[in-house]
Design a protein around this ligand. Structure first.
Ligand code: S3P
Length: 169
């Protein structure tokens, strides 16, 4: 049976770019959960965090996620970095498709996140060591939840071939 795919991982782990390639390869539609939230609310993720706060954002996120249930035609969904960690979303995804954790080394995440703080509401206003301390702490808290995914790909450069290999094995 064809299963939908939920891509999980920390900010900067490449969920959206890999998700697009994977969806194209499988001929599935691709969705990005942050974009779904933005379309539904008419607000940018950044604006939601700023004007309504994280709790409201997590409500929208859980609500939009639940539209991607197993009755929908198979799809690839790139989740937000925090999606698995709230409102029992991890269990829900495991029940509604195949969950894949993109486990990118911290060294690579550090390169990707540096200088991007202003685009990332949870790191906004932080620089250098304080930014790095904040995201590393968050990652440490989230990792056990990410590890509840059905599968995990750990490498410096997670690419489509690796995912295809995993799907076929
Ligand atoms: C978040 C990650 C973001 C976005 C929001 C919160 C998080 O998505 O959902 O800013 O909690 O890690 P990306 O992982 O696509 O950057």
């Amino acid at each position: 049976m064809k299963k939908s795919i939920f891509l999980l991982g920390f900010m900067g782990s490449g969920k959206t770019s890999l998700g697009k390639e994977l969806a194209h390869y499988l001929n599935y539609p691709f969705y990005d959960l942050d974009s779904e939230i933005e379309n539904a609310t008419g607000l940018k993720v950044k604006e939601i965090f700023h004007s309504e706060g994280e709790e409201a954002f997590r409500m929208y996120e859980a609500e939009q996620l639940r539209k991607f249930n197993s009755t929908k035609e198979p799809f690839v969904l790139a989740c937000g970095g925090g999606t698995p960690c709230f409102h029992h979303n991890m269990d829900w995804m495991n029940q509604n498709g195949w969950t894949l954790f993109l486990d990118v080394p911290e060294r690579i995440l550090a390169q990707r996140l540096e200088g991007q703080q202003e685009e990332r509401p949870l790191l906004a206003g932080l620089k250098g060591i304080s930014s790095s301390k904040t995201w590393r702490h968050l990652l440490e808290k989230r990792r056990p939840i990410y590890l509840q995914a059905a599968s995990r790909l750990a490498s410096e450069d997670i690419n489509l071939n690796e995912v295809i290999h995993m799907l076929n094995s």
